[in-house]
Every structure is written in structure tokens, then in C-alpha cells.
Write a protein that binds this ligand. Structure first.
Ligand code: ADP
Ligand code: MG
Length: 678
């Protein structure tokens, strides 16, 4: 039996059962082994019946009586009596009519369940019962509870796993022996067996420690290998033109924050090397990343090289082009800019391409489609990626093949990445923080609202509109009552336009509109030809409308903390007070996590909390499958993460051949594709 075999290779697993496992994403024996329990119930202590206390109990006893009957239609009761040397006890099962036939009178069982009062008499309720053996799976032990699906219970999962225990025991060690030694880790095979069938809670802890360490080690190693591989490539060395930088700063309508100055300085240092820069700039919404990106671009531009700036949406690309155009105008460098997005007319595109090909335009702003566009990027020295977590090595390799060298990469993000993730998932990146906002920004006043108080809320909002301000309304993509993506927003749009805010100009923006339409609506909002903009989350990133002071988030309980924080950063950018109203989908009690948004305006704190509550997959989940959702390790365990990261560094320093560790090699290769993200 090979670990890669289908489940049907296991005794007792037919196609129907295999199909149910498939629903849980379990197809091979390997998948099954890696389906770790979600939690455990401790039934390991056997108690003489006489000494049982109410609560979870396990006894070893002989079944002396058993009978079943329907007490009324749809309600079946099985009653049994079990006895040990000390006493007897009643066992009761509801609606498990097969029990009576399955229990053998006169045989000795392990019986585990909840000892509680039933109609004034104590009984063990709905217990598990197994003939006494040296390997029970549901009784008289620490019992694993799995993620289940309809028709596939933890008991069945345990049974199938029980079949492959001999196979589990034969799993070879996956980590280098010196590492297992040094970290005093439980051997791999033992850890796998223990995680499914722990003998003691002590051993279970050791197994968890081992598997958690391995998870984080693999992730860190993947990230580091990516990092070192990248350093083998060469980039264009860009010299630092101090006079130009001074000139640029001198024309800004504001002074750079210290944080901006420091980050720009680091970027200039990075780009002077022939090793490719791989820097992520993290800064809360409104921390001024666009200026940083523009300053980064200055140097390659002045050397005659090309720079590509990519934004996640056309809308944002256009806005960046406008902003950067203005920033470059005082230097006379604005004509080096070209916008290239899918929604442009063919003639416009041709004109842009020509300008780029002739070298007049060197700074190309667009969406990621830029990579596909037939544009000459021969001189590409720097790529800037804004608000984008999905620019991987594949895309970069594509650019490299166009340019003949690896471009420097600067990523900008407003999604704060907790330190733990920075070390693992993003371990290949150099991270800089824009940790101070430009002065004079007021924290956004955030309030959770219930649908019952909508009328009151509307009055408050109207005050802002009367004062000449504008409002963003964001709706989740899908709600229970809607199926199509645009619907939730459409519904609110209709309600606001015809009822709640019928005196005001309301616009609608959603993902299904054509780029040109989107752009028109957005432009109308920017020009204040609309007072209210109802949208799906398309506006999440980047968009700058300084006059907007109110953000209303519909069904806010469906959004993540980091996401809401990012959304609310869209308002109050013009120096006025900003408000964010979090409308609940119904009048139930708001989830605790939303309250964190009322209290804190600190994107980092919120990200840590989000990570704890929802796990990385939910936050950074748009990336790729569930590889991020570590099964055992907690990304909040900073000690573990530091140790695993250090071990990964050590592994690389020892210059060992990864190929000799087959399992590790396979796993790390998979992860390299996932961690190759910025
Ligand atoms: P984000 O980091 O969210 O991309 P932007 O680059 O869009 O932020 O900047 C937000 C606003 O702050 C812009 O209007 C920009 O002109 C302004 N800004 C940037 N840096 C400073 C600064 N040092 N002082 C004052 N305003 C600034
Ligand atoms: Mg931005």
C-alpha cells in the first residue's frame, strides 16, 4: 500500500465511502494521514462504575441487558445495563435503533460517554461502546474528533485510520536527523500516529509540537529558498541621483514624513545593487505610499530605464497615472508617463505603445495585464506592484524573459502583515514599514449600527451630505437573499435612490460593469456629481476621494477586520472628520471582533486580531488554496516561528542537498509556489 494510493486501497473503503472522504478533500492515503483531528475528548481514565461522577466517563463493563423500543413516533430508545465488579449502570441511546442488535450480552466493553440524569435516574447517555481490545478508537482513550461531513462521522474516519496504522508506522522521517536531534522532536511516524491516536496527553503535546515545528519550518525554508534563488539573478544597478531627489521633494506640497524618507532611502540603497530588490512596503491606508513609489521610479527614469507600475484595477491604475503625472510635472518628467489599460481605445493604446517603444514614455502605469501586453520592456529596471498580494515569481520570470534581467521589485500594501507571517509566508521579502501617517489626520469615528436604527443613522448621514460631503456605501458581494454578485449592491442602491436618500444623487458601481462604465461612475463621484456611491468591494483599494467623509458598510458582519479597516481608510482624507458606520445584517448581537474596530484605528493590531480569529487563509486567502491554513502551528506562536525560521536558515547554511529528503523536498517545492507572493 503506497501513501499516494487512493483510499479504496484500504480494507473496508469502497467507492461510496471514498466519495464522502472526497468531499473533505481527502483522496489519497496521504491526504487521510494529513487530516488531523480538530480536537480531542479525553476518555482515557477508566473508572469503576461505583465511583463515577456526573460528566464524561469511561468504564470497562459487561453488557447484561439490552432492549430497544419506540416511545413515540420518531423517537426510539435503546436501554442497556452494564456491570463491572463494583456496580451496574444504565446506558441510554436515543434514535440509534441498531444499538440493540450490535451489543452482545455477556461480552466486556469499553463504554465512554456522558454520565448524567435522565428522568430522575443517572445513566450514561449516548455512549460509544467497543469490545475491549488493546486498540480502542472511540472509547477508553483520548478520542480524536475530526472535521466531518454528511454521512461521514469521526467514528468512521477513526476506523479507516485504524486500518492504516501499520502504514503510518512505516512513514520515514521527513526532517534531517540533526534537526530532529537538536530540536528534540518526536520522530515523524510516531508524531503522525500520536496525533490520530494519542496514548497520553503528554505524548499528544509532543506530537503537536513536532508537527507544528515541521509546518513552520517547511514554510520558512520555502520562503528562504525563494529568496536565495532570486539573489542569484542580476538586476540593473541604478545609481542614486541626489539632486533629482531633492528637486522632487522641493516641489511637493507637503513635507515627507520621516517614515517615508527612511523607506525611500532603503529603496535607493537596494536598487544600487545588481542583486534584485524584493522589498515590501507596508503602510496603513493614507500613509502616502504613492509618493514613495514615485520617488523610487525617479532614479531608473533618470538613467533612461523603464519602470512598470501595476495596480489591481483599472480604476486605480488611472488614478495613479493622474497622481504621478502631477507629481512629475514640476520636474518636466511627466511626458515619460504612459497609461496602458485594457479599457483604452485601440488608438490610445497604439499611441501609448509607440511612446513606450520610442523611449519617450518610460514609466508605464497599468494593471497586471501589462505583463501580457505587447510592449517593449527591454529596459525594464523596476516593477512596482500596488495593493497586490498575487504577484508571484512566475510573473516576474515572464518579465525577466522580456527584459533579459530581473527587474527590481517594490510591492506596496496596506494590509498589515503580522511579524509571524512576515517571517514565514513572506520570509523572502525585505519588509519596510511606513509606520507614521502624515500629520493632522483624525482617527475615523467608527460605530456599529443595527438595522432597527437605520432611520436615525440616515439623519446623521444627511448632516454630512448637507455639509457638502460625500458617502461611500459598500455591500458584500453576496448575501443570503441574493445570488448574483451585483444584487446586494443593487438592492441598496434602489432603496437609497428611491427612498432613504431620494433627495441626493446616488450612483452604483459593481464588478460586473464594463471598465468604461465603472470609470464613468467613479469619475462622477470624484467630481462630486454624485453624493453617494453604492458599490461592492471594488473600491476597496486605493481610490482617493478627499471629499468623502462617510463610509457605510452594509452587512459589516460579513467582512474581515483588516478589510473593513482598509475600506474606512477611504474617508476623511481631506482633513475633515471621517465616519464609518458598520451596519449589521440583522438585529442580532454584533460579533465581538467588530467592536475592535470601534476601539482601534491601528491596522497592525487589527491584523493580529484578525489572524488570531480567522486564520491566515481567511485574510490572505485570495492567494492560493489552503496551504496557508496550518493545521497544527499557530501563527501567533512567535517562539515557534522564530525557532523554525532559524532552523531553516541553518539548513541552508549547511548547504545540504534538499533532494535527499524526499518528503521535505516535495512539500517545500509545493510551498515555494505559494510563498512566492508579495
Ligand atoms: P496610500 O498609502 O493609501 O496609498 P496615498 O499615497 O494615496 O496613500 O496618500 C494619501 C494622501 O496623503 C494623498 O492625498 C497624498 O498626497 C497625501 N500625502 C502623502 N504623503 C504625505 C505627507 N508626507 N504629508 C501630507 N500628505 C501626504
Ligand atoms: Mg495607495
Amino acid at each position: 500500500m503506497l501513501i499516494a494510493n487512493d483510499l479504496t486501497a484500504i480494507k473496508g473503503v469502497g467507492p461510496e465511502l471514498a466519495r464522502k472522504f472526497g468531499i473533505l478533500g481527502i483522496h489519497s492515503i496521504q491526504d487521510l494521514i494529513m487530516h488531523f483531528p480538530r480536537r480531542y475528548e479525553d476518555y482515557s481514565t477508566l473508572t469503576p462504575i461505583r465511583h463515577m461522577r456526573p460528566g464524561q466517563v469511561s468504564v470497562q463493563a459487561v453488557i447484561t441487558q439490552v432492549s430497544g423500543r419506540y416511545v413515540r413516533r420518531g423517537m426510539h430508545i435503546t436501554e442497556a445495563v452494564a456491570s463491572d465488579a463494583s456496580d451496574s449502570v444504565r446506558l441510554i441511546w436515543f434514535n440509534q435503533p441498531y444499538r440493540a442488535g450490535a451489543l452482545k450480552i455477556g461480552r466486556e466493553y469499553f463504554i465512554s460517554g456522558n454520565y448524567a440524569l435522565s428522568r430522575q435516574r443517572f445513566a450514561i447517555m449516548n455512549p460509544s461502546a467497543e469490545l475491549v481490545s488493546d486498540f480502542p478508537i472511540s472509547t477508553a482513550r483520548i478520542v480524536p474528533i475530526y472535521r466531518e461531513t454528511k454521512g461521514l462521522t469521526s467514528v468512521q474516519i477513526r476506523r479507516v485510520l485504524r486500518e492504516i496504522v501499520p502504514r503510518l508506522r512505516a512513514v520515514p522521517e521527513s526532517l534531517p536527523p540533526w534537526l530532529v536531534d537538536e530540536q528534540q522532536l518526536m520522530p515523524y511516524a510516531a508524531a503522525l500516529e500520536t496525533i490520530h491516536f494519542p496514548e497520553t496527553s503528554n505524548m499528544l503535546e509532543m506530537a503537536k509540537k513536532r508537527l507544528a515545528f515541521q509546518e513552520v519550518f517547511e514554510l520558512s525554508l520555502a520562503a528562504l529558498l525563494n529568496k536565495y534563488e532570486l539573489l542569484q539573478d542580476t538586476s540593473l544597478a541604478i545609481s542614486f541621483n541626489e539632486a533629482l531627489a531633492r528637486q522632487f521633494v522641493g516641489h511637493l506640497p507637503f513635507t515627507l514624513t520621516d517614515a517615508q524618507r527612511k523607506v525611500v532611502w532603503r529603496i535607493y540603497q537596494d536598487m544600487q545593487k545588481t542583486q534584485p530588490m524584493n522589498r515590501l512596503v507596508e503602510g496603513d491606508v493614507g500613509s502616502g505610499k504613492t509618493v514613495v513609489a514615485t520617488m523610487a521610479a525617479l532614479m531608473p527614469l533618470s538613467e533612461g530605464y523603464q519602470v512598470a507600475l501595476m495596480a489591481p484595477t483599472e480604476l486605480l491604475a488611472r488614478q495613479h497615472a493622474d497622481t504621478i503625472y502631477k507629481l512629475l510635472t514640476p520636474l518636466g518628467m511627466h511626458d515619460k508617463l504612459a497609461l496602458l489599460v485594457g479599457g483604452m481605445k485601440v488608438v490610445e493604446k497604439d499611441r501609448a505603445r509607440e511612446a513606450i517603444a520610442s523611449g519617450v514614455a518610460q514609466l508605464i502605469v497599468g494593471t497586471q495585464a501589462l505583463i501580457q501586453e505587447k510592449v517593449d520592456m527591454y529596459n525594464l529596471a523596476l516593477v512596482v506592484i500596488d495593493e497586490q498580494h498575487r504577484f508571484g515569481v512566475e510573473q516576474r520570470k515572464k518579465l525577466m524573459s522580456k527584459a533579459g534581467h530581473m527587474p527590481h521589485l517594490l510591492s506596496l500594501t496596506a494590509t498589515p502583515i503580522p511579524r509571524s507571517l512576515a517571517l514565514t509566508l513572506y520570509g523572502e521579502l525585505d519588509v519596510s514599514l511606513l509606520d507614521a501617517k502624515p500629520p493632522g489626520r483624525l482617527p475615523i469615528i467608527t460605530e456599529i449600527c443595527s438595522p432597527n436604527s437605520r432611520a436615525q443613522l440616515n439623519k446623521k448621514i444627511e448632516q454630512e451630505l448637507i455639509a457638502g460631503r460625500q458617502m461611500f456605501v459598500v455591500c458584500p458581494l453576496i448575501t443570503e437573499s441574493t445570488t448574483s454578485k451585483a444584487n446586494a449592491a443593487e438592492k441598496i442602491y434602489e432603496q437609497f435612490r428611491t427612498k432613504d436618500f431620494n433627495k441626493w444623487r446616488v450612483g452604483l458601481l459593481h464588478g460586473k460593469m464594463k471598465p468604461a462604465e465603472k470609470n464613468d461612475v467613479m469619475q462622477a463621484f470624484v467630481d462630486h456629481r454624485l453624493d453617494i456611491l453604492v458599490s461592492t468591494t471594488v473600491i476597496e483599494v486605493g481610490v482617493d476621494v478627499p471629499n468623502a467623509s462617510v463610509m457605510l458598510i452594509e452587512a459589516a458582519d460579513r467582512f474581515g477586520l483588516a478589510q473593513i479597516h482598509q475600506l474606512r481608510g477611504r474617508v476623511g482624507r481631506g482633513g475633515q472628520q471621517g465616519y464609518c458606520y458598520l451596519m449589521m445584517s440583522d438585529s442580532s448581537k454584533p460579533p465581538r471582533r467588530l467592536a475592535a474596530l470601534e476601539r482601534s484605528n491601528d491596522g497592525f493590531k487589527l491584523a493580529e486580531l484578525d489572524l488570531e480569529l480567522r486564520g491566515p487563509g481567511a485574510i490572505y486567502g485570495t492567494m492560493q488554496h489552503g496551504a496557508l491554513d496550518l493545521q497544527v502551528a499557530k501563527l501567533t506562536d512567535i517562539h515557534l516561528i522564530a525557532a523554525a525560521r532559524q532552523a531553516a536558515e541553518q539548513f541552508i547554511a549547511r548547504d545540504e542537498d534538499l533532494l535527499q529528503y524526499t518528503q521535505l523536498f516535495e512539500r517545500v517545492t509545493q510551498l515555494r509556489a505559494v510563498t512566492n507572493l508579495n
